[in-house]
Write a protein that binds this ligand. Structure first.
Ligand SMILES: [Zn+2]
Length: 481
């Protein structure tokens, strides 16, 4: 029997910061520290990363988002610990209010749980198009052995029963009831592995050997292998005779991305034909899935740029963003609590980034709820529709002082979008590269955590200027001649 589950597109995302391992080592009086790991600034988390990756995969698929039957999302810690995490992400990526799916959580195995559950739903015919997202931002206990390896990232696959560039095939699971990476209820941070040598010799490597040998019989050309400490991935590959795993470059750039690691490592091999063994580990479970690509999967080639970007950050900055380093003093509460009627009624237009297009004159009014009448013609007949996600800066200001919990500098910009809508939004980052006329993309970001509730909305992200375009512009400019 042929397997009907196909991958038609993939997408990846990483947060803005890269923390050098040497920074963490120095803080704890250790020498060395090799490599770096990705870390979230205050306005990014597992939900914004998931949205970034999902929107890239959906764009690469060429599909309309409203035909996606469900979202399967795997992450160790959903942003609303108990609450509407799945519904918020589904709305943010434009899925229909009728879409289904599953939120998988609780360990780094959650990404594989989401992938195999979605594949089963497509195989069973209960979903024709399934969006699988795995995202994570690992929060280690300060001073733990894996702290400098703890990373963040996201990956998304669009699955269908139609023709795709790759097919999902055999799978193998092994379980071992062992406290690997562990966090107790009501604990903020993830603990160290109690006995690293015991874990390596009696749990991790035997499980990888057993599972890997099953997969290796299937003529695997590339591997995505878990690497929780920077050495175990290479050790597992060596005992399988697997060469350098495809996932190595992702670990080098982003660190251990937890629930996202297995699928993200696979994307590194999906830009060409081949057979990839995708192995995820966590919570005493390991699962391997075989993906056979007939050709490059749309979206996979975008991974290189994502791995190459990011700005260096400091350990203190990361501890502040993780709420480990907390400033003294009062914070100023938002005027509108997240549970209030105004935000509840506006949730769809905020998360779906909707505008109200005037039926009489075509002007797009934003945000819809504060414009009962068209700003151009005064009509009150509107159709709600997603507004453009790209535009140019009309004007901007950079706030140099902000009350906590906001952090200065905080840039605000008025943006003219491609569809004619004009919006005013915060700008991601410190605004150092912001100029009138800058090209921006609108991206979902976390504005604040207010009364224990994460609050999401869109920010403008300045597009990096392509050096080739900049050189061309300079040579075209008469002032430069
Ligand atoms: Zn009008």
């Amino acid at each position: 029997m042929t397997n009907p589950v196909q991958i038609i597109a993939v997408g990846a995302a990483a947060p803005a910061w890269r923390l050098p391992a040497s920074e963490v080592a120095a803080a704890w009086g250790r020498k060395g520290g090799r490599g770096q790991a990705a870390a979230c600034p205050p306005d990014e988390d597992v939900l914004t990363l998931a949205a970034d990756a999902a929107l890239r995969a959906l764009a690469a698929s060429g599909l309309q988002t409203d035909i996606v039957d469900g979202l399967w999302w795997g992450t160790t810690r959903p942003p609303f610990a108990e609450g509407p995490s799945h519904a918020f992400l589904a709305a943010a990526v434009g899925l229909s209010a009728k879409s289904g799916g599953t939120l998988c959580a609780g360990s780094a195995h959650a990404g594989l749980d989401a992938l195999v559950s979605a594949a089963d739903a497509v195989a069973a015919g209960s979903a024709r198009v399934a969006l699988v997202v795995a995202s994570d931002a690992v929060i280690p206990g300060p001073g733990t052995a894996f702290e400098e390896r703890s990373g963040a990232g996201a990956v998304a696959f669009v699955l269908t029963n139609d023709d795709g560039a790759a097919a999902i095939g055999a799978r193998v699971t092994r379980t071992h009831p062992y406290l690997d990476r562990y966090r107790g209820d009501q604990e903020e941070q993830t603990r160290d592995i109690y006995d690293g040598r015991l874990f390596r010799e009696e749990v991790f490597l035997p499980v990888m050997r057993d599972l890997g040998q099953q997969l290796a019989a299937l003529d695997i050309t590339a591997w995505s292998l878990p690497d929780p400490d920077g050495r175990l991935g290479a050790a597992a590959a060596k005992q399988l005779g697997a060469g350098t795993p495809a996932s190595t470059g992702v670990y080098a750039a982003l660190g251990d991305t937890g629930a996202a690691a297995a699928m993200l490592g696979a994307v590194a091999a999906l830009d060409a034909a081949g057979r990839v063994a995708v192995v995820g580990y966590g919570g005493g479970r390991a699962t391997g899935v075989v993906i056979t690509a007939d050709r490059a999967v749309p979206g996979a080639a975008g991974l290189g740029d994502i791995l190459a970007t990011g700005r260096p950050t400091t350990y203190a900055e990361v501890l502040r963003a993780r709420n480990v380093l907390v400033p003294n003093g009062e914070t100023v509460a938002m005027a509108v609590p997240p549970q209030s009627a105004q935000l509840v009624r506006g949730a769809d237009e905020i998360l779906g980034l909707l505008g109200a297009r005037c039926v009489d004159c075509g002007t797009i009014n934003t945000p819809p709820t504060i414009h009962p009448h068209c700003i151009s013609c005064g009509s009150s007949k509107f159709v709600l529709e997603p507004i453009a996600r790209h535009g140019v800066v009309h004007t901007y200001v950079i706030n140099q002082t902000m009350p906590a919990p906001f952090q200065a500098p905080l840039p605000l910009a008025v943006i003219d979008l491609d569809d004619g809508a004009r919006v005013m939004l915060q700008v991601a980052g410190d605004g150092a590269t912001l100029e009138i006329g800058s090209e921006v993309d609108l991206v979902l970001r976390r504005y604040a955590v207010e009364r224990g509730v994460p609050v999401y909305g869109y920010k403008a992200a300045v597009r990096p200027v392509d050096p080739a375009d900049a050189a061309e512009a300079a040579s075209d400019s008469p002032q430069e001649a």
